[in-house]
Ligand binder design. Structure first.
Ligand SMILES: [Zn+2]
Length: 312
């Protein structure tokens, strides 16, 4: 499988090179009519971040649409064009955009590149320690990423350096407020109920920051089948701690959590599955534009409210 991925990445790189040759002549004239520099971002998180920091001074291009799973997303030829034509490419890094790594490393700038070893969590995947990419649920780390993006944007549009610096300062203060709001909202959940059971391992940073124990039977990846032994371990945990509710996510299949619920019932327990439109946790994507959770701050509040009402 790894070999196939490697040759696929090589193919993408070659394709990128070809696109580069083909579009070189036209890339200057293809800029938008206001002549703003183009910033291509991989995810809805970064789209929102760039909008907050420099929305009036750059044109944004998004690669992975909101609602799609970045772990599994494979770049289309139109995406490679967006990468090639961008004046700046921002991506998460930490192998979040797992199937686009080579293309991004050759052209883009990772907002996590200044993270220290201590910042970055690790997790277990099939007995192997892997980097945990879901840093955005630690608001301090999200602020670090904001600062990195701000630096890149200021050097991209130095004529608006001052305005971007002002936007950055205000946004960082909004993020501090959000952190405080989260702490207060979550404080109503008693210590013995602070167990978060989610499909895949996206909430380790959340758990670390707000003192929860996380169980994710699917592991770090979103394409692995849940191993039976992991499932039974989670079933036992749910029954032992009388966990009231388990969660689904907007980017993964809710059926797995329903299977877990059945397995709990088979062992004599009872647990609710929090699911359905507006009742899913946002883990790896914001909501599509115009829906509740379409900004980072609203997404986080949505998650916190859902966790509070389901577990308190
Ligand atoms: Zn994930």
């Amino acid at each position: 499988m790894k070999k196939i991925l490697k040759s696929l990445s090589l193919f993408i790189l070659v394709l990128l090179g070809l696109t580069a040759c083909a579009t070189k002549e036209t890339s200057k004239v293809s800029k938008n009519k206001h002549n703003e520099p183009v910033v291509t971002v991989t995810t809805s998180f970064l789209n929102d971040m760039v909008k907050e920091l420099a929305g009036n001074y750059v044109k944004r291009e998004l690669i992975i649409p909101a609602g799609e799973d970045p772990h599994l997303y494979v770049a289309k030829s139109s995406d490679l064009k967006k990468l090639q034509e961008a004046d700046l490419v921002l991506y998460h890094g930490l192998h979040f955009e797992g199937k686009m790594v080579d293309a991004l490393e050759s052209k883009g700038s990772a907002v996590t590149k200044g993270f220290s070893k201590e910042d970055i969590g690790t997790m277990d995947e099939d007995g192997e320690k892997v980097v945990d990419p879901h840093f955005w649920f630690d608001i301090d780390l999200y602020k670090k990423a904001v600062k990195e993006a701000s630096k890149e944007l200021k050097s991209l549009v130095p004529e608006h350096k001052k305005e971007i610096a002002k936007n950055t300062k205000e946004y960082l203060s909004d993020l501090d407020e959000l952190d405080q709001w989260n702490k207060e909202a979550l404080s109503v959940i008693p210590k013995e109920s602070r167990y978060l059971v989610t499909p895949h391992d996206a909430f380790n940073y959340f758990a670390r920051r707000y003192d929860f124990t996380l169980y994710a039977p699917q592991g770090v990846s979103t394409d692995s089948e849940v191993a039976n032994s992991d499932m039974m371990e989670t079933v036992n945990l749910i029954n032992e701690h009388h966990i009231k509710a388990i969660f689904t996510e907007s980017t993964t299949n809710p059926e797995r959590m329903k299977k877990l619920q059945e397995a709990v019932a088979a062992k004599g327990g009872k647990v609710a599955v929090v699911t359905g439109h507006g009742k899913e946790l946002f883990s790896d994507s914001l909501a599509p534009d115009g829906q509740d959770g379409d900004t980072y701050i609203d997404m986080y509040k949505h998650n916190t409210k859902l966790i509070v009402e389901s577990l308190q």
